[in-house]
Design a protein around this ligand. Structure first.
Ligand code: G3P
Length: 220
């Protein structure tokens, strides 16, 4: 199970990379719009901050021929870049051409099992079902991850990995693990909550309070 950070904030990425907990990063135009300065330089710095991890960078063109050109450009930014392309029907041919050329694709904005099947058949490296956006409309979003796990294992689409995305809380993170996602991509706010637990804090305090009763200055 891999953990990706769902942000384009370099400071957060560098901190969590130093903890050894994260294995990659997923950016998107919304995340990048929250950062300032030279965006291409920022993307390069993010790739350097997690050199052995996959870094998803999303296209921003809309016309298929422009998407093709931009995707090939993005793929040259660094060796660990994954080109993120929405699984829109207008881009199926482009995605097929790019995967045939050996370019690693993260198919994003995936909402149905059948969209996932199409992307597996086009040979993408990652599919990103959006859990939170289903929950937003009162549909159990994690089910899509469970069904994709079944589909990929049942039909041997082992080339394609599932990234549980649009994770809104620690419960989604937990459910992503139980649903068999290969990766869960989480916002910094969720990771900050996930690393803490009140009973661990209380337990540490009790141990240390009891130890202090012994009045031992040096141990061992
Ligand atoms: O990176 C894509 C995805 O995780 C966005 O999530 O919270 O905007 O639905 P959200």
């Amino acid at each position: 199970m891999k953990i990706f950070l769902d942000t384009a904030n370099l400071k957060s990425i560098k901190y969590w990379a130093s903890t050894g907990l994260i294995d990659g990063v997923t950016t998107n135009p919304t995340h990048l719009s929250k950062e300032s300065g030279d965006i291409k330089k920022l993307v390069k710095e993010i790739c350097n901050a997690v050199p052995n991890g996959d870094i998803s960078v999303e296209i921003t063109e809309t016309k298929p021929d422009k998407v093709y050109g931009q995707a090939r450009e993005i793929a040259t930014i660094a060796k660990n870049v994954i080109v993120k392309i929405p699984c829109h029907k207008d881009y199926y041919e482009v995605i097929k051409t790019l995967t045939d050329e050996g370019i690693s694709i993260n198919a994003t904005l995936v909402f149905t099992l059948i969209q996932g099947l199409f992307m597996c058949k086009l040979g993408v490296k990652y599919i990103s079902p959006f859990v939170g956006r289903w929950d937003d409309i009162d549909v159990n979003g994690i089910e899509i991850v469970e069904k994709m796990r079944y589909m990929i294992d049942e039909y041997d689409f082992e080339k394609t990995k599932i990234i549980a995305a649009s994770i809104r809380n620690v419960k989604h993170f937990h459910e992503g693990i139980m649903a068999g996602a290969d990766v869960v991509t989480i916002p910094t706010s969720v990771l900050e909550k996930a690393v803490s637990h009140p009973l661990t804090d209380i337990g540490m305090k009790k141990f240390l309070d009891d130890w202090k009763k012994l009045g031992i200055k040096q141990f061992p």
